[in-house]
Design a binder for this molecule. Structure first.
Ligand SMILES: CC(C)(COP(=O)(O)OP(=O)(O)OC[C@H]1O[C@@H](n2cnc3c(N)ncnc32)[C@H](O)[C@@H]1OP(=O)(O)O)[C@@H](O)C(=O)NCCC(=O)NCCS
Length: 146
């Protein structure tokens, strides 16, 4: 059984470390993790946390309006490709729309572009490098209230 729930910043650390910081000497902590507006979602498979994502208020020069940024998106390897990441993003979108957020954006690793495209994001601008991690694109999704 899959459940999507709010989790604490600390609950995201282990998966962030394993998936996003493997062989990368950077902290698993993200500036803004504990801000009041920041929230963290986790997907639980039979009660075990297997996928995490963090959403925080952050403006990018490309966009105007009320923006949130997606960070720390990671799914444990053994359950990747089963739709958990997508469910996390869709759940966050419902919540963000209630807050009248109009743009969700992220710095997407080149290896994850397809995932974000499948979740309805598009790229904007040129590829850029984040030291120790690699090539990225800014990707975004407009959130529209139906
Ligand atoms: C990228 C990542 C978070 C996706 O999470 P996930 O739970 O495996 O994703 P989902 O199963 O929800 O995938 C949703 C869709 O994207 C596709 N997809 C996911 N990852 C993909 C990849 N690397 N390449 C191609 N397609 C991918 C899935 O097949 C699925 O397609 P569908 O909607 O047609 O069925 C996960 O693979 C991961 O943790 N990767 C390593 C860390 C990483 O790169 N994080 C992103 C940092 S910006």
């Amino acid at each position: 059984m899959i459940e999507i729930k709010f989790v604490s910043p600390e609950q995201t650390y282990e998966i962030r470390r394993e998936i996003l910081r493997k062989n990368i000497p950077l902290t698993e902590k993200i500036q803004g993790d504990f801000e009041d507006d920041t929230f963290h979602l986790g997907a639980f498979s039979n009660g075990i946390l297997v996928s995490v994502a963090t959403f925080m208020k952050d403006n990018h020069q490309y966009f105007s309006g009320f923006q949130f940024r997606l960070r720390g998106m990671a799914t444990l390897e053994k359950v990747q490709g089963k739709g958990l990441g997508k469910q996390l993003i869709f759940k966050a979108e419902e919540f963000l729309k209630e807050k009248n957020v109009s743009i969700l954006w992220c710095n997407a690793r080149v290896v994850a572009l397809k995932f974000y495209q499948n979740c309805g994001f598009e790229t904007i601008g040129e590829e850029f490098e984040i030291p120790l991690i690699g090539g990225h694109y800014v990707m975004f999704k407009e959130l529209k209230n139906d």
